[in-house]
Ligand binder design. Structure first.
Ligand SMILES: O=C(O)CCC(=O)C(=O)O
Ligand SMILES: [Mn+2]
Length: 209
């Protein structure tokens, strides 16, 4: 019998100190991934919120959609977002991610980066609603973008070093135990001319915000 997810192959271990993360460059095959990207561009109701930066309201540099089981609100950047109901293709993707990562999720934050100027600053996904040691699975579609991880503290007293990896079209990055507690991550802006990217971070909320 064919196991549908063995195409993803063996993941690359990131070998992080104090945390577990692994990366599957070919989680989705390329044509499925393009089809899914087009579907998500056309069908997902995105929003662009204003957040306070240095005391002034500014538009966030990306579009977002919070999709989750009913009743699971997300609190982020001082806003409460009520969930959009599951899109059927996102639910299929969720099941594929669950099978590969051996975990379950009840929500996903979908981020739409229109070009290299859209970005996400340093943060950890450590809201109390995610519990003590969240596992977050991140699927990337479209333009490849650099993703950075920076430890909160160095383990040997030397300055902390940022680890960068390229998140490619159709890939899956599993941020396992330790990543949200011991590291921060970001998706920096780039002056390179590149197209749209959509990233989906699947999460398991234990309670609603
Ligand atoms: O776009 C990415 O790769 C990162 C997204 C992210 O960190 C988040 O949604 O919390
Ligand atoms: Mn994050």
């Amino acid at each position: 019998m064919m196991i549908p997810f063995d195409k993803a192959g063996r993941p690359i271990e990131l070998n992080l100190a104090l945390a577990e993360a692994r990366y599957w460059p070919h989680f989705l095959d390329r044509s499925n991934a393009w089809q899914l990207l087009e579907h998500l561009i056309a069908k997902v109701p995105y929003r662009q919120d204003k957040i306070m930066m240095f005391g002034r309201p500014v538009l966030q540099p990306r579009l977002v959609c919070w999709m989750a089981d009913s009743g699971f609100n997300l609190k982020y950047s001082g806003l409460i977002m009520e969930p959009t109901p599951w899109d059927p293709e996102v639910l299929v993707l969720k099941q594929q991610v669950e099978a590969l990562t051996n975990a379950t999720y009840n929500s996903v934050l979908i981020n739409y980066y229109r070009d290299g100027q859209d970005s996400m600053g340093w943060h950890a996904d450590n809201e109390k609603e995610l519990g003590l040691n969240p596992i977050i699975a991140s699927v990337s579609l479209g333009a490849s973008r650099k993703f950075c991880l920076k430890p909160n503290q160095s383990t040997d007293g030397s300055p902390t070093q940022t680890i960068s990896l390229l998140l490619e079209h159709g890939s899956l990055l599993l941020m396992g135990p330790g990543v949200q507690n011991q590291y921060k991550h970001q998706l920096p802006k780039t002056t390179k001319t590149l197209g749209t990217r959509i990233n989906l971070t699947f999460r398991k909320m234990l309670t609603s915000a």
